[in-house]
Each structure stands twice: as C-alpha cells, then as structure tokens.
Design a protein around this ligand. Structure first.
Ligand code: PBG
Length: 331
C-alpha cells in the first residue's frame, strides 16, 4: 500500500469531472466496436427481431446502409450473419458453400459500396444452413463429426474470402479448424485475410435471441455441449486459445463476455495477443429488458458493461449496442 489517511485521500482525485477525466485508466472509442448485423432476403426489407429489441434483419440494401452508418460513426468493422431461407437449409448445410448465398452477396454488396473503409467479418459455422441447427455435420452416432465438418468449414471460409471478407471468424468450436482454414486461405492467395477465432466459446444459455435472428432456434434439437465449452472451465480456455494461436489465428475471442471477464483477463495476461469479447444476444436483451423494467438508465447500463470488457483486457467488443454506444461516445 502506498500512503495512509489522511495524507492520502483517494477522493481528492475524484472530486471534479476534469480530475476524473485526467485519472481515467481505461478509454473506449467507437474504434473499439464491432457491429454484428443480420442479413435477410429481398429488397427494402427490415424485420425486427422480437427477442432482440432494437435489432432487425436487413436485406442487402439495408445492410449497405448500416455499413455506411458504421463508417460515419467511426465503427471500424461489421460482422455479418445470414437468416438462410428455410428451403435452402439441409442436413449437410451445402448452401454454406454456395458462392452466391446470402452472406456472400452481402459481403460483396458492402465491399462494392465501402471498399476497405470498413472491415467485413464473416462467421464460419454451419448452423445458419443446417436443417438441424447444429454447427457441423452429423455423424452416424448423431453427434457432430469433427473432421468432416472441418473440411467443410475450410471450404466455407474460402467462399467468403473470395467474396471479399477481410476477417474469417470460425464460431463452430471444432478441433483443428483454424489450421485447416489458414492452410486453405494461404493456398488460395488469401494470405492477408485475417482469422479471428471464437477460441473460448462457451455452451451458453445467452444465445437464444441470436438463434431467433438466424432462424435456428426452432430447428435445434439437443444442445451444443459436445463442442462448445463448459462454463465451469478456465484452464481449458487457455488451451483452446494456445491451439488456435499455434494454428494461425490473428486474434482470439471470448464469448459470452460479461460472465467470462476472468477468462478475458487470463487470456490477455498469458498470451498478450489481441483479445475480443462478444457481448452476445442474451446479454444485450437483458440490458434492454432491465432498462425497460426500471432497473436503471439504459445508456449508463450499457456503457458500464462495455468499459468493463476493455478494462479486463479486450482490444474491442462485438456488440449489438455498437451504433448506440458510438453515438454516446461522440457525445
Ligand atoms: C453459431 C453462433 C452463435 C452465436 C454466434 N455464432 C450461437 C450458437 O453458438 O448457438 C451467438 C451470438 C449471440 O448470441 O449474439 N455459430
């Protein structure tokens, strides 16, 4: 301990706004935000998502408008997720490899409109494309089959890179997928396409509204606990991160965010690499519901959570609150 009362009074530096600003240890700017967006078919379509108040699916024109809005707000990156039409979902999720699928069309539309004024991140996993809602292919035993899935994910990543994605973000939690994707990208001339791996992704109860947004909630039978992590584990998260880094991940993600601040902190301390947190759909929805129920001021609630992720060691945060937060930060 440095100093004792009354020589030392920590309230001195807290007394005025100018002094609090001077002593602030953690900064947040719009450049710390990644905005996840949901894509749907059609033109001029906006579909509000009931369990995610304030968030909609947009058709391509709306996605392009949101990307331009992000550029204007100083948000450096968007993350795209498709709501694949029901008729295109199948047991093996082949639509994931269609170079003209919804996600590739959205990537191309944003790249055509914005060039590299904004980063475009694409999610690699099969759940928006499978008729069973699992992130991979089912084996004879009904479990998600690792190696066959990895082959497909590498092909999916290539299709997205070819459409113009800057960052490939595998969210499936198969073993060995980062290495397979890196090899596929290098082999096809995409040496500069980044991989942000969902390295420590937990089998969480907070993903519900997202599954509504991509239309997989009603399809999913069972759970994802044979590939997503047990919320009780931390050492295992460090092994996941170590493997993904060794396989060529440029940055790693911890997901969900608020209940896993210790994981963010430990990953940053151990590896000193760029770490991102995904404040997931259920976390977003709880803030909105809490504010609506009178728990507190919505803007204050959401900004307090975002600064906590940065304080824990994050380089940035994926959040559906990105445009709201960017506006608040701009004053
Ligand atoms: C699936 C995927 C999920 C999310 C991102 N990618 C859900 C899941 O694993 O079931 C969750 C995001 C959120 O809840 O906001 N590959």
């Amino acid at each position: 301990m440095i100093g004792t009362y009354p020589q030392t009074r920590l309230r001195r530096s807290r007394a005025a706004a100018w002094s609090r600003a001077l002593h602030r240890e953690t900064m947040m700017t719009p450049a710390d935000l990644i905005w996840p967006l949901f894509v749907t078919e059609g033109r001029g379509v906006e579909e509000p998502i009931g369990t995610l108040p304030g968030v909609s699916r947009w058709s391509l024109d709306g996605i392009v408008a949101r990307a331009k809005e992000a550029v204007a707000l100083g948000i450096p990156c968007i993350a795209l997720f498709p709501n694949t039409p029901a008729g295109l979902r199948s047991e093996k999720g082949e639509e994931a490899l269609n170079p003209d699928n919804l996600i590739c069309a959205a990537i191309r539309a944003v790249r055509d409109a914005c060039g590299s004024d904004i980063g475009v991140m694409a999610d690699v996993a099969l759940d928006p494309y499978t008729s069973h809602g699992q992130d991979g292919l089912l084996g004879a035993d009904g479990q998600v089959a690792n190696d066959a899935t990895v082959e497909m994910l590498a092909a999916q990543a290539l299709v997205q890179a070819e459409a113009g994605a800057h960052i490939i973000a595998p969210s499936d939690m198969m073993d060995g997928r980062v290495g397979a994707i890196r090899t596929a990208l290098e082999g096809a001339g995409h040496a500069h396409v980044q991989i942000m791996s969902y390295a420590a992704k937990y089998a969480s109860a907070f993903y519900g509204p997202f599954r509504d947004a991509v239309g997989s909630r009603g399809l999913l039978k069972g759970d994802k606990r044979s590939y997503q992590m047990d919320p009780a584990n931390a050492e295992e998260a460090l092994r996941e991160v170590a493997l993904d880094l060794a396989e060529g991940a440029d940055s790693v993600m911890v997901k969900p965010a608020l209940a896993y601040l210790d994981i963010i902190w430990r990953v940053k301390e151990r590896f000193q690499v760029p770490v991102f947190a995904y404040q997931v759909s259920g976390e977003y929805a709880l803030i909105e519901a809490g504010a609506a129920a009178g728990v507190g001021d919505r803007d204050a609630l959401l900004m307090e959570k975002l600064i906590a992720f940065k304080r824990a060691g994050c380089s940035g945060v994926l959040t559906y609150h990105a445009p709201v937060a960017a506006r608040l930060l701009a004053g």
